[in-house]
Write a protein that binds this ligand. Sequence first.
Ligand SMILES: N[C@@H](CCC(=O)N[C@@H](CSO)C(=O)NCC(=O)O)C(=O)O
Length: 207
Amino acid sequence: EDDQLILLEWYPSPFAARVRIALAEKGLKYESRPEDLINKSPLLLKMNPVHKQIPVLIHKSRPICGSMVTVQYIDEVWNHKSPLLPSDPLQRAHAKFWADYVDKKIFGIVASKKELIECFKILEEELGDKPYFGGESFGYVDLSLIPCYSCFYTFETLGKLIMAEECPKIVDWAHRCLQKESVSKSLCDQRKFYETILEISRGGSTW
Ligand SMILES: N[C@@H](CCC(=O)N[C@@H](CSO)C(=O)NCC(=O)O)C(=O)O
């Protein structure tokens, strides 16, 4: 029917995980269509001709591209439950600032180990003693960062570091987020992510 939701995605992608979490938070049913990023489907090329990237949410046959843009769309269209962004404009601006920081510094160009740890320490400071980045409840900034948890085993194995030592509050926060079913059922398993990275690095294909 007209209100059908389709998600063009790829399971290991932390960007796709963000949209899966938002859809689960709102209790929305959707059809998942896994993409082969080496042989992209005509639908993906049609729905996201600019970046030709997943995730793409297709709602009423129209595409929404970009993971955090899609999360905002979901939050605004299905605003009946589990708000992800605060309603106060200043708080919203802060949430978008930190989600943008996560995009640039954590998910951006794969940073050097030193830079990555420095950025996690800044996030650790921002989190402080709050249970979540937005305060008492899980929200937009938490959602932007938590998919990175799937990469922790890879960081530790390849980077020879221990996340619990580098940023203990972030590790505790991640475990807190994983108590939520919307998160635990949406995140790629850490070992599967690691195996996928090794496969790709052998295959030399981009992802
Ligand atoms: N800024 C975008 C990044 C999406 C992306 O990198 N998607 C990757 C897969 S996961 O890393 C992708 O589709 N790569 C295929 C390609 O670039 O050819 C977002 O937030 O959605």
